[in-house]
Design a protein around this ligand. Structure first.
Ligand SMILES: Cc1cc2nc3c(=O)[nH]c(=O)nc-3n(C[C@H](O)[C@H](O)[C@H](O)COP(=O)(O)OP(=O)(O)OC[C@H]3O[C@@H](n4cnc5c(N)ncnc54)[C@H](O)[C@@H]3O)c2cc1C
Length: 733
């Protein structure tokens, strides 16, 4: 899903893609490498100016359209995807910086020039030193390499004046710019060399806001990186679908499929990070700081890695000069380098995360006031009731209690269910409800396994089944477990052999289930069993509701790697299940076992249960961290970055759903990304403990050992990657 989430942005993206295809085909760009390296503007620049895409963000009275950073990011993504050459990116960064300054002194005149099509660059790195002179300042020194400097009409410069920044503008002469051999062959790079350059007071500029400057630069670089990722992914997928080796398309090999699937995961996260940075433009400085660092940390390395994977999946042809893959790879390396070292952004994100968190709420306090008031009244009333629920010390949900009953009766346990069980709440309503719970520090109740049993009953159950099970489950009177996996049927669930034999008035179930979470506490189970052995394996399964207290059910707890016992073996020996407890028809089991995505509960929080930023922060603040503070803050930055990427993916899929976009791919991507983030984040957290990690004190190591409990839900990472490769990318089996 590219950056645009609404029709206007999609139309803008289509227009830019069309313009790029017409005026900047890659053969033309290749023929102009020498001119581009010295800063000559390509023809496409004239077209970008003619259509106003160079000045989208400028005020109308300076020749612009008063659009925001998100619109610029939409354009940047498409220009990155088409590898459009020339000065667009450095120019819009320069004019964005100017547009955020007070329009005194030279600023208004400069903005007029940019509105009319001047090109620009910002020289903000170290190397230039200012000294006070009679009528102003003189500046000497050489800057580092600057993207778009050769050929720029106007340059904004920062020099060091005794530890303070001095900002000014200049119109560089050819003699002041050393042209470098750029890695990206489609854009010039150069160093500004000044030798006693006199800065008149009239050339002085107010200092730009540092957070805003970082945000604009990183959001636009990240958007370009997302465009590069998307080209690289599509090029690689197209190639591996058709290239045959060992008598098969190479896209049918699992190693290739998993690489392609990970390219999609990285592409989606790059896009989400760029989008999130762009939307921060109208938010406070702490939010901008977090979003800018996250864009640099997530999207820019993704651009490099995904472009590199494209080259490797293309084999030898990908390494040829003639193939365009290396041009994209070069662009990705160029923009990642321009942003500065990745480690530095991890450090900055860690610093920002010590005191702040990114806000992913998408409904304002004023939204849906009637619903908000209604929910607030119920919650205030519920808080006043005795908290008499019974809680398990394992994974089972809380049982009963008067508060829970009140929440269930008012539709607040599962507000996304239709009446009478829920409120039929869409994303916006769910967000308002979640907000009201959070304000009271009140956790939204969960039915755990019931979360996917009940939607199945809502869609496929009989009215009698719905009435019998849904209300009591929401009230916490029924706890469910799921009898699916068997010793011989794990990832390949459809190969299960537990048998259901038709008997008078019902079915008799016999077989062995395994890894059944909460079976020792559950009242009821959903159970997949084979009712027909003579049809292909997916078609012979049926879906039963089994009373766990039935005769013939034998639950034997298993001890996990953590030392705790939360899952079990379950033996079924001639267990009678009445006809009324078969859901849908015999043979419908597989269809029912596939969870309906549309019924998934909104997960806006997206904090990770393992390796969360909050835990790393707590470790740093408590002084229990064995690592140097700088190293620990970098770990905090990386863990925060993963968490933010997941939240941004979540928020985009919610907003996408609200705009009726197909977000199927998003869900699989979130599952893989979340599993990897929990794994890597939790491992990094343990690494901060030092020798304290030899003990179980503090819970972090036992949490890490318990990782499989969260990683296997809904299928292992490998199975999710298979799903992405085959069902989302359409690679052959
Ligand atoms: C804590 C916990 C709780 C659980 N709770 C329940 C529960 O309540 N109810 C229930 O029914 N089940 C439950 N499970 C079982 C869980 O769904 C299975 O463990 C999971 O589906 C994997 O099956 P398996 O363990 O047999 O591993 P296998 O399927 O044998 O897989 C072993 C390894 O091989 C890989 N692999 C297998 N097939 C492929 C393939 N085609 N391509 C690539 N790699 C492959 C897997 O990714 C994995 O790394 C639970 C598991 C755990 C760990």
């Amino acid at each position: 899903m590219p950056i645009p989430l609404d029709d206007d942005h999609r139309a803008l993206a289509d227009a830019v893609a069309g313009l790029a295809a017409r005026y900047a085909p890659l053969e033309k760009t290749r023929a102009a490498f020498a001119d581009l390296a010295v800063g000559k503007t390509p023809d496409v620049w004239g077209e970008l100016v003619a259509t106003g895409l160079h000045a989208l963000h400028l005020p109308e009275h300076h020749g612009g359209s008063a659009a925001g950073l998100t619109e610029l990011a939409v354009v940047a993504e498409q220009l990155g995807n088409a590898l459009v050459p020339g000065p667009w990116l450095p120019t819009v960064i320069t004019s964005s910086v100017l547009a955020a300054l007070p329009t005194e002194g030279p600023v208004a005149g400069l903005l007029d020039e940019f509105g009319a099509g001047a090109t620009g660059a910002v020289v903000a790195g170290p190397g230039l030193v200012a000294t006070t002179a009679d009528a102003g300042w003189t500046v000497a020194g050489t800057s580092g390499p600057v993207l778009g400097l050769p050929g720029a009409d106007r340059v904004i410069v920062r020099a060091d004046l005794g530890g303070e920044p001095l900002w000014f503008h200049l119109t560089p002469s050819g003699a002041e710019v050393d042209i470098a051999d750029g890695v990206d062959l489609t854009r010039p790079v150069g160093m500004l060399r000044l030798d006693g350059h006199v800065v008149e007071p009239g050339a002085m500029l107010p200092a730009p806001d540092a957070d805003r400057l970082d945000l604009v630069v990183n959001a636009l670089l990240a958007a370009e990186a997302a465009g590069v990722c998307s080209w690289a992914l599509h090029t690689a997928v197209e190639y591996v679908r058709n290239r045959v080796q060992f008598d098969r398309p190479i896209g049918s090999f699992q190693a290739v499929q998993h690489k392609a699937a990970m390219m999609l995961v990285r592409t989606e996260t790059a896009c989400a990070a760029a989008w999130d940075a762009a939307r921060a433009a109208e938010q406070p400085a702490d939010q901008q700081r977090l979003a800018a660092a996250q864009a640099a940390l997530t999207a820019l390395p993704a651009g490099v890695d995904v472009a590199y994977e494209c080259v490797t999946l293309l084999g030898g042809v990908g390494f040829t000069w003639e193939h365009d893959a290396h041009l994209y790879w070069r662009r990705a390396v160029g923009i990642a380098s321009a942003a500065g070292p990745e480690d530095g952004w991890a450090r900055r994100l860690g610093d920002a995360a010590l005191t702040g968190t990114r806000d992913y709420s998408f409904v304002g306090e004023q939204a849906l006031p009637e619903l908000r008031a209604r929910v607030a009244a119920v919650l205030d009333e519920a808080v006043a009731l005795p908290d008499d629920a019974v809680r398990s010390d394992g994974w089972a949900p809380e049982r009963g209690g008067s508060r829970r009953a009140r929440l269930a009766e008012t539709g607040l346990v599962a507000p996304h269910y239709p009446a009478p069980y829920g409120l039929g709440a869409g994303p916006e309503e769910q967000a308002v409800i979640a907000d009201e719970f959070a304000r009271r520090g009140f956790a939204q109740p969960t039915t755990v396994i019931g979360e996917w049993v009940l939607p199945t009953l809502l869609v496929h159950g009989t009215e009698e089944q719905r009435q019998r099970f849904i209300g009591p489950t929401l009230r916490g009177e029924i706890v469910w477990c799921q009898l699916f996996s068997e010793p011989g049927a794990g990832s390949d669930l459809a190969s299960l052999v537990t048998r259901a034999r038709k008997v008078e008035g019902g079915w008799s179930l016999s077989g062995q289930k395994v890894w059944t979470s909460m079976a020792h506490e559950a009242d009821w189970a959903v159970c997949l069993a084979r009712t027909d052995r003579d049809v292909p394996k997916h078609r012979g399964l049926s879906y039963f509701l089994v009373d766990m207290r039935s005769e013939g059910v034998d639950v034997r707890p298993l001890r996990q790697a953590t030392g705790r016992s939360e899952f079990n073996e379950v033996f079924l020996d001639d267990v009678f299940v009445p006809d009324a407890c078969l859901v849908a028809e015999p043979g419908d089991g597989w269809r029912l076992a596939v969870t309906t995505l549309s019924n998934e509960r909104l997960n806006m929080g997206a904090t990770l249960s393992h390796g969360s930023a909050a835990r790393v922060r707590e470790l740093i603040e408590s002084g229990r961290c064995a690592a140097q503070r700088d190293d620990a803050i970098r770990v905090l930055g990386h863990n925060t970055g993963r968490e933010m990427a997941l939240s941004a993916l979540n928020l985009r899929s919610v907003l996408g759903r609200m705009s009726n976009l197909d977000v199927g791919a998003e869900i699989s991507v979130q599952k893989v990304f979340s599993a990897i983030a929990q794994r890597d984040g939790s491992r990094a957290l343990v690494s901060l403990l030092g020798p304290a990690g030899t003990t179980l004190d503090g819970g972090h190591v036992v949490d890490y050992i318990g990782l499989p409990a969260v990683l296997f839900g809904g299928g292992t990472i490998e199975i999710q990657l298979n799903v992405i490769a085959q069902r989302v990318l359409g690679l052959p089996r």
